[in-house]
Design a binder for this molecule. Structure first.
Ligand SMILES: [Zn+2]
Length: 191
């Protein structure tokens, strides 16, 4: 009900990490269970910005979560940012391309309300404390306009939730009231 990952026990509403940790985000959804095919498609998007995959993810994710998205009514789609140096390296931000793909279907604008001010280590393999420390101060809110009251964060892979959580904390501190997210893929919550 909170992070949107699949859990084994269907009588539970929250996964073990959502029960254990409070989150800055309100709730979110992940569309696919991470496997090698989805991993390969996401890699194509990261390396080449492959339009077919972007369109597919847009149609599939928005369709799959239509009720969720209608019930929250976000005013803006906010991509999880890359640092400037990573952006120069790659040429584009895959989360921004995904957000644009969602935007074409949903008719809701993409707003780059966040910047990433330094590179961080890969979250995978870090423990809970290290994950949180790794991201402290890495994101900053940006923009001169007043913040929208409800936003939908967009990212490719939900690993531990620390990234969307750090982004949500910054957006809320900047005045956003409700922060939701959609990620393309995640492992099951019990991984
Ligand atoms: Zn959860």
């Amino acid at each position: 009900m909170k992070c949107g990952r699949r859990i084994e026990n269907e009588s539970e509403e929250l996964c073990s990490s959502c029960k254990r940790e409070t989150s800055a985000f309100d709730s979110g959804r992940c569309t696919f269970i991470y496997n090698s095919e989805i991993g390969e498609a996401i890699k194509q998007v990261k390396r080449n910005g492959t339009r077919e995959f972007l369109d597919f993810f847009g149609v599939y994710c928005v369709g799959r979560h239509e009720l969720f998205l209608k019930s929250i009514g976000p005013k803006a789609l906010v991509p999880v940012p890359l640092t400037d140096s990573r952006l120069r390296q790659r040429g584009f931000n895959q989360s921004e391309l995904l957000a644009q793909s969602f935007s074409r279907i949903m008719g809701i604008p993409v707003k780059k309300l966040l910047v990433k001010t330094r590179n961080t280590k890969d979250q995978k393999g870090l423990n809970r404390w290290q994950r949180t420390n790794n991201l402290i101060g890495a994101f900053k809110a940006e923009g001169n306009e007043p913040m929208p009251d409800k936003v939908l964060l967009v990212d490719d892979i939900y690993t531990t939730g620390s990234t969307v959580n750090a982004c949500a904390a910054v957006l809320k501190a900047a005045g956003v009231k409700e922060v939701y997210f959609i990620c393309i893929a995640a492992g099951t919550a019990d991984d």
